[in-house]
Design a protein. Structure first.
Length: 73
C-alpha cells in the first residue's frame, strides 16, 4: 500500500503536515523528495509588514499584547 504524505524536517525528525493513520510500530520505507518552494516560508507575512508602515517596532515580539491586550513580556 502507498500513501503520499507531505512533511517537514524540524532539525531532528520528519513531522507530517497532516494526521497520519498508521499502526504504531509499523515498519515503513520512506522515499524523500524535496519540493521546490518559490517563496520562503511565511513570505506573505513579510508582505503584510510592508503594508503596515506605522506598526510598532516590537510587533513580532509582542504580538499577544497587540492582538489580545495581554501584558508585554
Amino acid at each position: 500500500m502507498t500513501h503520499l504524505i507531505t512533511a517537514h524536517f524540524d532539525g531532528k525528525v520528519l513531522v507530517p503536515d497532516e494526521a497520519v493513520q498508521l499502526p504504531v510500530g509499523q515498519p515503513l520505507r520512506l522515499h524523500i523528495e524535496l519540493t521546490s518552494s518559490s517563496l520562503p516560508r511565511f513570505a506573505d507575512l513579510l508582505d503584510l509588514e510592508a503594508d503596515l508602515p506605522d506598526a510598532p517596532a516590537d510587533l513580532a515580539a509582542q504580538h499577544d499584547h497587540y492582538l489580545y491586550g495581554s501584558p508585554k513580556r
